[in-house]
Design a protein around this ligand. Structure first.
Ligand code: PMP
Length: 358
C-alpha cells in the first residue's frame, strides 16, 4: 500500500479558517483596501498571449533587484513567503537536522521543517514576548541547519534588533538563518540595510500585506548569490505565475499608494493601542499591521460579538503563551475606526455578561 513519508504522516494538517469570511477582514493581516488602482488597470489590460506563454521570472527579478539595490543573483521571486520557507527547508534540511524557532510565531516554519523530517526546537519567547536570544544562542549546535525569525513577529507584533539577528547568523554558520520581513513596511527597519551580512543569512519579503496582493501569491527571497543558486535548483522555473509577474513592476512603481496605506496603518495602530488602554485590555505594542490583545477567558464570546457586528478577528488562544488572546488586524483608518467603535460595545457586553455569570 502506498504510504506517505513518516515525516508527512506525523504532520498535523494546517487549515487556516478561510471559510465564510464575510465582513471586515481583520483576521489574516491582509490589506483592508486592496491593491492600487494602477495595478488593477494593469491586470485588466492583460491579453491571451500573456497567459498562453510560460511565465518568465528573470526580467521581473531584475526589476525587484534594482528596487532593493541588489544584484539579480541574490533575488528569487517566490509564490509568497510560504514558498520561500518551503524552498529553504528543502535546500538545507536533512532528516534529523534541527530547526530553531522562537514561539509563538508563524506556523509555516515548523510545518515545512517537519515535512523534511527535521526536528523543530521551539524556544518559548521571554517576558512580553521578547526574543530569548541567549537561549537561542545556547541551543545552536552542529545539527542546527535552520533558524527562522519573523521580524516583526506574528502574532506578537514585537521586533528584534538587526544586530541581534546578525549575531545569531554568525554564531550558526552551518545554518540557514531566515529573517522573515513580511511586515517590513509597517516596521520600517530592515536587515537588508546592514552591510556585511553573512552568507548564511536570508531575508524574505511579501506583497501580501502592505501591497494588498495576498491572492496573487508573490514573495521575495534574498540571499548570498552562491546560496541562492542552490535554492533556485529546488524551485520550479514557473513558480510565480504570469499574472503576478505582470502586476509586480506596476506595484513597485506605485510606491505612493503603498506609503499612503502604511501611514494609515501606523496612525490607526496608535489609535487602536490608545483605545485598548482606555478599555483596560492588555495588549503588546506592535510594529506590524496587527495588535495582539489578551481578552481573557471570554475571548470566544468577544470574537463572536465582533463577528455579529461584521468584523472578523483571529483567535490566537492556542498559540504558546497566548491564552485568551485575539489578534486584531489594523487596516485603513476608516476600518480601524469601525473596529474601535465595535470594540467599545463588545467590551461592555462581555464584561456585563461576565458579571451576570459571577
Ligand atoms: N511570514 C509571516 C510572518 C506571516 O505572518 C505571513 C502571513 N500570515 C507570511 C509569512 C505569509 O506570507 P505570504 O502570503 O507571502 O506567503
Amino acid at each position: 500500500m502506498l504510504e506517505a513519508r513518516t515525516a508527512v504522516k506525523n504532520l498535523h494538517a494546517y487549515r487556516p479558517p478561510l471559510a465564510g469570511r464575510q465582513g471586515l477582514r481583520l483576521d489574516f493581516n491582509e490589506s483592508t483596501i486592496g491593491c492600487s488602482p494602477r495595478l488593477l488597470a494593469r491586470l485588466r489590460s492583460l491579453d491571451a498571449e500573456t497567459l498562453a506563454r510560460y511565465p518568465e521570472r528573470e526580467p521581473v527579478e531584475r526589476e525587484v533587484a534594482d528596487f532593493l539595490g541588489l544584484d539579480v543573483a541574490q533575488v528569487l521571486l517566490t509564490n509568497g513567503v510560504d514558498e520561500a520557507i518551503h524552498l529553504l527547508c528543502s535546500t538545507y534540511l536533512e532528516p534529523g537536522d534541527e530547526a530553531l524557532i522562537v514561539v509563538p510565531t508563524f506556523a509555516m516554519y515548523a510545518i515545512f521543517a517537519q515535512a523534511e523530517g527535521a526536528r523543530v526546537v521551539q524556544i518559548l519567547a521571554g517576558e512580553n514576548f521578547a526574543c530569548p536570544w541567549e537561549s537561542v544562542l545556547a541551543r545552536i549546535n552542529q545539527r542546527t541547519r535552520l533558524i527562522a525569525v519573523a521580524n516583526p513577529n506574528n502574532p506578537t507584533g514585537s521586533a528584534v534588533a538587526c544586530e541581534v539577528l546578525l549575531q545569531v547568523a554568525l554564531a550558526a554558520p552551518q545554518a540557514a538563518v531566515l529573517v522573515d520581513e513580511a511586515y517590513f513596511e509597517f516596521h520600517g527597519e530592515t536587515i537588508l540595510n546592514h552591510s556585511g551580512r553573512p552568507s548564511n543569512l536570508f531575508v524574505a519579503r511579501t506583497f501580501s500585506k502592505a501591497y494588498g496582493l495576498a491572492g496573487l501569491r508573490i514573495g521575495i527571497l534574498v540571499g548570498d548569490a552562491a546560496q541562492m543558486a542552490m535554492v533556485r535548483r529546488v524551485a520550479s522555473p514557473y513558480n510565480v505565475n504570469a499574472v503576478a509577474l505582470a502586476a509586480l513592476p506596476e506595484a513597485l512603481r506605485d510606491q505612493e499608494y503603498v506609503e499612503h496605506y502604511v501611514a494609515e496603518v501606523r496612525s490607526g495602530r496608535e489609535l487602536l493601542e490608545q483605545e485598548l488602554r482606555t478599555l483596560g485590555l492588555h495588549y503588546w505594542p506592535s510594529r506590524a499591521n496587527f495588535v495582539l490583545v489578551r481578552v481573557g477567558p471570554d475571548y470566544g464570546e468577544f470574537i463572536q460579538a465582533l463577528r455579529s457586528r461584521g468584523i472578523l478577528v483571529r483567535d490566537r488562544n492556542s498559540d504558546p503563551g497566548c491564552e485568551g488572546c485575539v489578534r486584531l488586524t489594523v487596516g485603513s483608518l476608516e476600518h480601524t475606526r469601525t473596529l474601535i467603535g465595535a470594540l467599545r460595545e463588545v467590551v461592555v457586553k462581555v464584561r456585563d455578561h461576565r458579571e451576570v455569570k459571577a
